[in-house]
Design a protein around this ligand. Structure first.
Ligand SMILES: Cc1cc2nc3c(=O)[nH]c(=O)nc-3n(C[C@H](O)[C@H](O)[C@H](O)COP(=O)(O)OP(=O)(O)OC[C@H]3O[C@@H](n4cnc5c(N)ncnc54)[C@H](O)[C@@H]3O)c2cc1C
Length: 486
């Protein structure tokens, strides 16, 4: 008996943060989306991230979910990276000038509910094991929880958001070159006899670092690394190792009473050369991984999703050309490379030993903490606020840059973007002919520039001398030409 084939516009593989945001965006835009996840429903993704940065909060704001995510976390205005180095986003020009501490599963909860409400078809206990593509679409074969052949999906596009051990990546012939950068990292959930006076504490010493974060229900998450205990991933993690890690960094083990879960893992620095192969895309950890330093992994994956979703919508729903999808590779591979470099620099500086290297580390620390212009630059890059895409030669200076959440005559930019909309901003009083999925707004002041903001909050195009023809061509390239019916 041949297996059932389920047709869908897009098959997203992996219900981690990247897949959830992407699937939610696509479904909100009216596309049919299946989200295949090998885990059973409600069984946690091994939740790791604790930090959400400002740029992702801006992306969430443009979807109406930032307030909820912020309310569930702890905003702090400084994040200790190592020794003298602190990330200080408090001077950044954003609505969210802080680092938000919140467990990854809290972020996933909000994203999952949004995706469900938007109509994403969740297929849990469905592991994608084979991917084939032809000129018209992609076919994915799956296995169920018992390893038996499961549903077959046929989609116009497939996105592998299936994490570091992606099945999609090898299925499209992509290697994952790079190295292991930190081994024998410790991750554990503990109960404490005497809790710290803050929801999280963090410290780094010459022999390692530790982070202790409140997770709710009396649990604390320990994350850390101890140079003195370097063992293979499968070596049992002893309770004493966890205690020693805490004592080494905080002078106390907080009287650990119980360790319901513990694990040892390693951290790699790797990036797939191609994020797009035909009709298949890679996003999130499936495309890039790096050390937890700087807390950028989930944040980068979420921005991959925000970059790709509107492009798929523009092509599938609004008639934009296929070449638009190539900009995903051009833009996000470059950002991934930059993030690998930033995170690698931080982790290497944090782990250096010896006098000369300690000196270097202090200098690196000063760069991220003491010298204001450089510290602000570092904060803007790590939080994603300062990241821009390469603009074509001769383009207006705004092209490719992040569009800040300015107040326009019709309201805040991020609010106008909701529903995955482009926003065309023109000088006050000026008319423009735009399709239904583009919002036309006006600068609140006397600014003369005309600019098109993409749904992911970057300027697609801008000009100080607008003409109807270049505006029409820009809208056709970036936003497609069809007007959505709903
Ligand atoms: C200790 C630690 C701390 C971290 N802290 C931070 C932080 O503070 N901030 C930050 O931004 N990042 C942080 N990260 C990184 C962050 O956890 C990851 O970048 C993030 O989880 C990646 O999300 P993702 O959706 O791309 O992949 P994942 O979260 O790995 O999700 C992939 C999903 O795909 C599913 N899957 C896999 N294969 C298949 C298949 N074949 N078929 C169907 N489903 C499949 C998996 O079950 C999983 O649910 C940290 C990482 C570590 C290790």
């Amino acid at each position: 008996m041949s297996p059932t084939v389920t047709n869908t516009d897009v098959l997203v593989v992996g219900a981690g943060p990247t897949g959830l945001l992407l699937a939610g965006d696509l479904a909100e835009a009216g596309l049919s989306v299946v989200l295949a996840e090998r885990r059973p429903h409600k069984v946690s993704n091994l939740s790791r991230a604790l930090v959400v940065h400002a740029r992702v909060l801006e992306q969430f704001d443009a979807r109406g979910i930032a307030d909820e995510v912020v309310a569930g976390g702890h905003p702090i205005d400084r994040l200790a990276l190592f020794e003298a180095a602190r990330l200080d986003p408090s001077r950044l020009p954003t609505r969210y000038p802080f680092v938000l501490f919140t467990p990854q599963y809290e972020v996933e909860k909000v994203l999952e509910r949004r995706a469900r409400e938007a109509g994403v078809a969740f297929a849990y206990e469905t592991k994608v094991v084979a991917v084939e593509q032809d000129a018209d679409g992609v076919t994915a074969r799956t296995r169920d929880k018992d390893g038996r052949p499961g549903a077959t999906f046929r989609a116009s596009y497939l996105v592998g958001a299936d994490g570091v051990h992606s099945s999609v990546r090898p299925a499209i012939g992509q290697p994952f070159p790079g190295d292991t950068i930190l081994s024998s990292l410790i991750l554990a959930d503990v109960r404490l006899g005497k809790a710290p006076d803050r929801p999280f504490v963090v410290n780094a010493v010459p022999d390692g670092f530790a982070l202790l974060t409140e997770m709710g229900d009396g649990l604390y998450r320990v994350t850390g690394w101890n140079r003195r205990h370097q063992l293979p991933d499968d070596a049992p993690l002893e309770a004493e190792e966890i205690r020693e890690l805490l004592r080494m960094n905080f002078g106390t083990d907080y009287g650990i009473t119980d360790i319901p879960w513990k694990s040892r893992f390693h951290s790699d620095e790797r990036q797939a050369p191609a994020y797009r192969v035909g009709r298949v895309f890679l996003a999130g950890d499936a495309a890039h991984v790096h050390s937890p330093a700087g807390a950028m992994g989930m944040n980068t994956g979420l921005q991959d999703a925000a970059n790709l979703s509107w492009k798929l919508v523009a092509v599938l729903r609004d008639g934009a050309g296929d070449r638009l999808l190539d900009t995903y590779q051009a833009e996000r591979h470059a950002v991934g490379k930059l993030v690998l470099r930033m995170s690698g620099t931080l982790v290497r500086a944090a782990l250096l030993r010896g006098f000369a290297t300690r000196l270097l580390r202090r200098v690196a620390g000063m760069v991220v903490s003491d010298f204001r212009p450089l510290a602000d630059k570092a904060a803007s890059m790590i939080t994603g606020i300062g990241i821009a895409h390469k603009a074509p030669r001769g383009a207006h200076r705004l092209t490719g840059r992040r569009a800040p959440d300015v107040k326009l005559a019709e309201g805040r930019l991020n609010e106008l973007q909701r529903g995955g909309r482009f926003v065309l901003i023109t000088p006050a009083g000026q008319d423009a002919d735009v399709p239904g999925h583009v919002v036309h707004a006006h600068w609140a002041g006397s600014r003369r520039t005309t600019a098109l903001v993409r749904p992911d909050g970057y300027f697609a195009w801008a000009t100080d001398r607008p003409d109807a023809e270049s505006l029409r061509a820009t809208l056709a390239t970036w936003a497609g030409t069809a007007t959505p019916s709903a």
